[in-house]
Design a protein around this ligand. Structure first.
Ligand SMILES: *[C@@H]1O[C@H](CO)[C@@H](O)[C@H](O)[C@H]1NC(C)=O
Ligand SMILES: *[C@@H]1O[C@H](CO)[C@@H](O)[C@H](O)[C@H]1NC(C)=O
Ligand SMILES: *[C@@H]1O[C@H](CO)[C@@H](O)[C@H](O)[C@H]1NC(C)=O
Length: 371
């Protein structure tokens, strides 16, 4: 009897096990799917970044003004006060010409440094990343040199004694850095730039090296990309007003001379202004030095070579700049910025001006007629 019972019961038992198993598999599948979807949502949130900020005064003020207008043709004198009232922040507006309002948005967000890629074509400099559109409106002159001149003019109408006032009212001695990335052949492009700067040079708006000192002005021109260091050195040595963007990851040079009490460096304030490197070559700490590997005490040369990038730039009088700083996910970006700014980095490259306004709090206030 028990044998028969067992034989009858067994298929039932097996099927109930099968039933339980399939339910379990279903449960696991559902839970896994929910976790996956949750994970995807979370990752999207992380990588989404803070592209546009709710109630951003810049967007509130200019959104309607922007409609139907393009790039720098929207320039409007009434809104200059927005720029002059911005709080300057140590941010470099990367690929600035690609923004909705080139130059204006960067300065209005408080950036003290902007970048334009230039292409030389038939004695004209056109602004653009790969190939610049050869239109009158996209020349370096129209997009940057002339608007900057107008802005500096507006700040210096009643200053006569050779003094100057910069673009930001909150930091009148803050210079604006215009980083010109030479996309075409270096020496020729630099020569054209040198010629186009003449109106600003005549007004004494440019920072320059006078042979013994660097004399600051409201605008500092820095050349990068194909611009050769030798061409910068070949500029007038008693009035040099284009400076080099040095490689921060390779600052010490074999031509540096440590034999004097204040060493003489190849890259110094007479020829360079910025020292830049991508984020992945960042070194904010000195190299670890092990006791028996080097003579003690260290020579001036060793101390310099093993120093952190920030400590190498300092005695050379250069402003450090990091580019390709992580943008996403948002939390990594914020940690990277805080860490770098906390360590005294000169400039950080940014593409998203909305984030600069939200995080750096550099935006201006519009003081247009309220009638
Ligand atoms: C260069 O600038 C410094 C500081 O402003 C000044 O003392 C010096 O006389 C200037 N040199 C020349 C040659 O103009
Ligand atoms: C260099 O600059 C000085 C001062 O502005 C000027 O007097 C001199 O003529 C310039 N030299 C050349 C070769 O352009
Ligand atoms: C600055 O650099 C130039 C060119 O590399 C060099 O001739 C000059 O001696 C340096 N000046 C100082 C003060 O280090």
């Amino acid at each position: 009897m028990s044998g028969l019972y067992g034989r009858i019961q067994q298929p039932w038992r097996r099927s109930s096990i099968t039933f339980d198993l399939s339910r379990l598999v279903l449960c696991v599948a559902v839970i896994t799917s929910i976790l996956c979807i949750g994970g995807i949502v979370w990752i999207r949130r992380l990588t989404g970044g803070l592209q546009r900020v709710p109630n951003d005064p810049f967007d509130n003020t200019f959104a309607s003004y922007l409609q139907g207008r393009t790039s720098h043709s929207i320039w409007h004198e009434d809104y200059q006060s927005f720029i002059h009232n911005a709080i300057p922040v140590p941010i470099h507006s990367h690929n600035d010409y690609s923004h909705r309002m080139p130059l204006f948005e960067a300065l209005g967000s408080g950036c003290v440094s902007v970048e334009a890629d230039v292409h030389l074509y038939r004695s004209e400099l056109y602004v653009g990343h790969k190939t610049a559109r050869r239109r009158e409106a996209s020349t370096l002159r129209a997009m940057y040199l002339e608007p900057l001149k107008r802005m500096i003019d507006a700040q210096n109408t009643d200053i006569t004694d050779g003094d100057w006032k910069g673009i930001f009212n909150h930091a009148p001695k803050q210079t604006i850095i215009l980083l010109i990335d030479h996309k075409t052949s270096g020496p020729e492009t630099l020569a054209e730039l040198q010629a186009q700067l003449q109106p600003l040079r005549d007004l004494n708006y440019l920072t320059y090296w006078n042979g013994t000192h660097r004399v600051m002005g409201p605008l500092t021109i820095v050349a990068t990309g194909n611009a050769p260091f030798s061409s910068i050195l070949a500029l007038n040595s008693t009035h040099r007003d284009i400076f080099f963007d040095t490689p921060l990851a390779h600052l010490p040079s074999i031509h540096d001379d440590y034999s004097t009490s204040t060493p003489s460096y190849t890259y110094n304030i007479s020829n360079s202004y910025l020292a830049s490197t991508p984020w992945h070559l960042l070194r904010t700490h000195p190299y670890p030095i092990y006791d028996n590997q080097l003579p003690q005490p260290l020579t001036a040369s060793d101390t310099d070579i093993f120093a952190s990038q920030l400590d190498q730039a300092k005695p050379r009088g250069l402003v450090t700049r990091y580019w390709d700083v992580p943008r996403k996910p948002e939390n990594i970006r914020e940690i990277a910025w805080r860490e770098l700014v906390g360590r005294g980095v000169g400039l950080l490259n940014m593409d998203d001006m909305g984030v600069v306004r939200a995080r750096a709090r550099g935006w201006g206030r519009v003081v247009v007629d309220q009638n």
